[in-house]
Design a protein around this ligand. Structure first.
Ligand SMILES: NC(=O)c1ccc[n+]([C@@H]2O[C@H](COP(=O)([O-])OP(=O)(O)OC[C@H]3O[C@@H](n4cnc5c(N)ncnc54)[C@H](OP(=O)(O)O)[C@@H]3O)[C@@H](O)[C@H]2O)c1
Length: 266
């Protein structure tokens, strides 16, 4: 069945691939970008302006969206970015910006659209979280916090929306090659005692980014969920994700020792 699907952050990376694929499959797709004019001419689906860190943008987007479409079947909350840096060296201001976009922006946009979903008495909300919303790693404390917050929020929302036949789920990707690294905001190191560790972490992260696979598995997973009648809540995705999570849950010391070793060897 052809559906009307909104994909936030559809100008790049995972969101772009999801939106293109859904369009190719014959769905009616609306994407978003903070700068739609820059990308629209190259895209086969309509791109609307949306900055999820800006309340006015979310409000005017909500109005514009329903001028374009009569119904909404699926919301894919994909827009987001990465703040990197050692926790103590990352300013609270930068940390707040991370939460403002990844957590609050996603929540506010969802709230803007919920009245329509409730009125329809059906809908699906798929949020792109991260494996870092299920585990923590060094150098991404605020990103990890923002994605953990999404997990808790949407877990609760899933219960509340069950009565309206609105399905809520999360996709939690491992590392995949997109523009997330280039688009990241980086804290500048200023505490000498961290100099060596900072260097090791940056080598470790570079290796992880360089060796990351393309994001097609995430796209395939989202497409599957779009067609699922009764989706689960959580979909970790990526090579080794289940082993990683099992170690984290049942053998935390082993998990921790393995990460410490890999960072130290970098
Ligand atoms: N790549 C990975 O390894 C990975 C792993 C786990 C989770 N994720 C998650 O996957 C999602 C997509 O990331 P990606 O890897 O595809 O990165 P990307 O290539 O940098 O794409 C990010 C997208 O989000 C949009 N965006 C960023 N800030 C925004 C804001 N304030 N308001 C509205 N849109 C905004 C960007 O659109 P404009 O710049 O055009 O506005 C862009 O389309 C993110 O939520 C990310 O946390 C990625």
């Amino acid at each position: 069945m052809k559906q009307t699907i909104l994909v936030t952050g559809a100008s790049s990376g995972i969101g772009l691939l999801i939106a293109n694929r859904l369009h190719k499959d014959g769905h009616s797709v609306i994407g978003t970008s903070r700068n739609p004019k820059k990308y629209q001419s190259e895209l086969p689906f309509k791109l609307l302006s949306l900055d999820i860190s800006d309340d006015h943008s979310i409000e005017s987007f909500g109005k514009q969206l329903f001028n374009e479409i009569d119904q909404l079947d699926v919301l894919v909350n994909n827009a987001g970015y990465l703040v990197t840096g050692l926790a103590e060296e990352t300013s609270v201001a930068l940390g707040k910006q991370q939460l403002e976009t990844n957590f609050w922006g996603t929540v506010k946009l969802t709230n803007e659209l919920l009245p329509y979903f409730r009125k329809q008495r059906r809908g699906k909300i798929i949020t792109v979280g991260s494996i870092l919303g299920l585990i923590g790693l060094p150098n991404v404390a605020y990103y990890s916090a923002s994605k953990h917050a999404l997990e808790g929020y949407f877990k609760a929302l899933r219960f509340e929306l069950n009565q309206f036949n609105i399905k809520v789920c999360m996709v939690e990707p491992m590392g995949f090659k997109t523009n997330i690294g280039e688009n990241a905001s980086r804290a500048t190191g200023n505490i000498n005692e961290y100099d060596l560790y900072r260097q090791k972490i940056s080598t470790f992260m570079k290796k992880e980014f360089d060796n990351a696979p393309g994001p097609e598995p995430v796209v395939n997973q989202v497409i599957k969920i779009v067609h699922e009648k009764v989706p689960k809540f959580s979909y970790p995705i990526g090579k080794g994700a289940s082993i990683f999570l099992a170690l984290h849950r049942y053998a935390y010391n082993t998990f921790e020792a393995a990460i410490l070793k890999r960072v130290n060897q970098a």
